[in-house]
Write a protein that binds this ligand. Structure first.
Ligand code: SF4
Length: 112
């Protein structure tokens, strides 16, 4: 098993949230499903590819969507949560609003 496959994904996303000043999705079942998706991608691909996007199965082509993706900061600033709604802004979490579908910020030419 490689180093990446030994990552504790649950702890990893908590640490990312703390470091970035974000909050994890507060729906425990939804949060668990996103973490399971990340774990499945880690096992399959060897890297933490976004759980709600299609993969090239190539870390170089997917590097923009390795969690936390390069689009998360702008999405959280603009909409209050990332594309998958894994991470929320503190303000959005306090508002008790439900995350909604947001536009895909990843440019189409980077889609598989
Ligand atoms: S959209 Fe959210 S879950 Fe997906 S890679 Fe970006 S930060 Fe991670």
């Amino acid at each position: 098993m490689s180093e990446t496959q030994r990552i504790d994904v649950s702890r990893f996303v908590r640490n990312v949230a703390t470091k970035k000043g974000w909050v994890l999705n507060q729906d425990p079942d939804f949060l668990a499903s996103l973490i399971e998706g990340l774990e499945a991608n880690l096992l399959r691909l060897g890297y933490l590819q976004c759980p709600c996007r299609l993969s090239w199965d190539d870390p170089k082509k997917d590097k923009d969507i390795i969690c936390p993706c390069i689009y998360a900061g702008e999405d959280i600033a603009q909409y209050g949560h990332c594309f998958c709604s894994l991470y929320l802004s503190e303000e959005f979490a306090r508002s008790a609003s439900e995350p909604a579908s947001i536009p895909e910020r990843r440019p189409e030419h980077l889609f598989p």
